[in-house]
Design a protein around this ligand. Structure first.
Ligand SMILES: OC[C@H]1O[C@H](O[C@H]2O[C@H](CO)[C@@H](O)[C@H](O)[C@H]2O)[C@H](O)[C@@H](O)[C@@H]1O
Length: 610
């Protein structure tokens, strides 16, 4: 059975990622890309859907023991799990080397003390757990083949044990087992490599060299960080996570490396996040830029220009990691889902929604790139002008909004505010002399949008902005109003909105829901069931509290949010207050970005005397 979401660690090579459970099981791995079919999908089903466990041998009825402790090795994405057993202590080091050829998952087993009986259990299931590959030996190596994929299993443990044949590796129940003992000072490597099945076998792995190269990669990358303020450890872990979610060949950024981890255990709110949302990627880029990472920002801007090329007015709200447009949503009916949360979905039907806010987020990111001196790109400026031409004619339409509701379109207030942001930042671009455009017309447009929001999206009786025009509902996206500069933080309507959200959208343990989910027909998102507190919104609340001078309260909320991270510093999308556990896709860029932003804001606000 899969672990709790917070039991998982992330390893990755910036083209795909794996989730490793506390008991040493890899339960999720898509190869060769984030959005490829999984070869281990035990996370969304059972062991029959594929897994790879390396850990101390145990009696079947006892269940695999959880590691006694685990950590990332310094500021890296190299995971170390240690088990203290009656026979001694063993360490397993898991990582994926930044790719230079075949994608690899490497596991180095190291004897720390005593002599510990160990087992590797490998059950490959291609196509998200549906296909049992043809597993056979080729030139002394074990390979699983099905259709376009081949996955190669190599280990030096047999050589070290002096075994020429299959004395310690055997197949049973369509699973490959390797039993061995590890004594103090021993180091054995286990590697899985992926290769298109029509190609020659991948080169033999070199686990120790790969480990040194992976350590170097992360150390050098982290050294570029310009943030040295409070909570640096949490900020660095979030940055490493964001880097791991970046698809290196193109600069596209996935929202999370998983699909269908539920927003409600047992519920239907299960979505595929292995794509590049303009919204999520744009805010990721802003955090990276603010912490010194310009290369990633430049790469994403290039990705954006390629993705929207040809038809920039027909912007999609998300694309594949290489800019693909068709992300057709389907359900995998052979997978029962994480803790029976069905359906499991791949693809994402929200790709063709109208979400006006993405114009604002995208243009804000381009604006920040410009302001922070990222080398000028004329195509980016042209794109920005084209996006504004589109918005001029569409800002007053109803849309699906930031939360990608699957109910009817509405005039979401946040969408209009972000349309205002898009126009405002473009006016600033023209005013800076770096582009040309009809300034007077756009200034009028900016005023029109502002007036429209303040007239139709504000409820004077309750002194709060509302979720959409004419609605009584609140929405935590309204917390962004002061952050994007639509109104100053000391405006009474801003303060009223913050207080109303705190009053009406807080969970009993003090985190923030996106909006109320009512059962029945007036349910704005058109979905059954409920969901957890949305972590991004909870960070936004901390930001707003700091902005209106309630800095100590902001700091307390921020620290409470930090305490929700798992032992490795990772956050999913949401927090289930009732069951006190993480829910939703994991780890989630949309949670780690606001963590960084709030840390930076609190530092700037003087919360730490700085
Ligand atoms: O709530 C319904 C929608 O949920 C997902 O969208 C959420 O995740 C996105 C990626 O992080 C984020 O950009 C968006 O704001 C969130 O609401 C799902 O991807 C959608 O298909 C679904 O309609």
């Amino acid at each position: 059975m899969a672990g709790r979401i917070e039991d998982y660690a992330l390893i990755g090579d910036m083209q795909t990622a794996a989730l490793v459970c506390r008991d040493g099981t890899v339960d999720w791995l898509c190869l060769p890309r984030f959005d490829s079919q999984a070869i281990f999908a035990g996370l969304l089903g059972t062991e029959d859907h594929g897994f790879w466990r390396v850990g101390p041998a145990h009696a079947p009825e006892a269940g695999a023991p959880a590691a006694t402790r685990r950590r990332y090795r310094g500021d890296s994405l190299v995971l170390e799990s240690e088990w203290d057993t009656p026979q001694g202590t063993v360490r397993v080091t898991d990582f994926m080397p930044p790719r230079d050829g075949a994608p690899q998952v490497i596991r180095i087993v190291e004897g720390v003390s005593g002599r510990v009986p160990m087992r590797s259990a490998l059950r490959m299931r291609f196509s998200y757990g549906r296909i049992v590959p043809w597993v056979h030996r080729r030139n002394g190596r074990l390979v699983g083949v099905a259709g376009p994929d081949s996955v190669w299993f190599d280990t030096d443990v047999l050589e070290a044990a002096g075994e020429e044949d299959d004395l310690t590796t055997f197949g049973q129940d369509l699973t490959t087992y390797t039993d061995f003992d590890v004594s103090e000072g021993d180091r054995f490597g286990f590697t899985l490599s992926w290769q298109p099945s029509h190609k020659e076998p991948p080169p033999l792995p070199e686990p120790e060299q790969a480990l040194a190269a992976t350590d170097d990669f992360w150390r050098e990358w982290v050294a570029l960080c310009t943030y040295h303020g409070p909570y640096r450890e949490a900020v660095i872990r979030s940055l490493i996570t964001l880097k791991a979610l970046t698809y290196a060949p193109t600069g596209g950024i996935v929202a999370a490396p998983t699909t269908s981890l539920p927003e409600e255990i047992g519920g239907v709110r299960n979505w595929d996040y292995r794509y590049t949302w303009l919204r999520d990627a744009a805010i990721t880029l802003s955090s990276l830029l603010r912490t010194g990472y310009r290369e990633e920002a430049r790469a994403w801007r290039e990705w954006l220009l390629r993705a929207v090329a040809g038809d920039p007015e027909n912007l999609q709200i998300m694309y594949g990691i290489a800019g693909e447009r068709e992300l057709g949503e389907a359900e995998l009916d052979w997978l029962p889902g994480y803790e029976n949360s069905a359906p499991v979905r791949v693809g994402n039907g929200a790709a063709h929604q109208l979400q006006l806010d993405v114009y604002g987020e995208t243009i804000e990111a381009l604006h920040l790139a410009h302001m922070t001196g990222l080398s000028r790109n004329d195509y980016a400026s042209q794109l920005q002008l084209k996006l504004i031409s589109y918005l001029e004619n569409h800002w007053n339409q109803p849309d699906e909004g930031i939360w990608e509701v699957r109910g009817p379109r509405r005039h979401f207030v946040h969408s209009k505010v972000m349309a205002w942001v898009a126009v405002d930042r473009t006016i600033k671009l023209v005013e800076s002399g770096d582009a040309e455009g009809p300034l007077e017309r756009w200034r009028e447009l900016r005023d029109d949008i502002h007036r429209d929001v303040c007239e139709k999206g504000y409820d004077p009786e309750r002194n709060t902005f509302t979720q959409s025009y004419g609605s009584q509902e609140l929405d935590a996206s309204l917390l962004l109003i002061p952050q994007v500069g639509f109104l100053p933080p000391d405006d009474k309507r801003v303060i009223g909105t913050i207080e109303a959200i705190q009053r009406e959208l807080s969970t009993p343990d003090g985190f923030i829901l996106r909006y109320p989910t009512h059962p029945g027909e007036d349910n704005v998102d058109g979905l059954a069931g409920d969901e957890g507190a949305f972590l991004a919104c909870s960070f936004w609340m901390a930001d707003d509290l700091a902005m209106i001078g309630r800095v100590e309260e902001a700091r307390q909320l921020f620290e409470k949010l930090l305490s929700l991270r798992n032992d490795l510093g990772l956050l999913a999308e949401e927090w289930d207050s009732k069951h006190q556990r993480q829910v939703g896709n994991f780890p989630q860029a949309f949670s780690h970005v606001p963590l960084i932003d709030t840390a930076l804001r609190l530092t700037a606000s003087g919360a730490y005397g700085g």
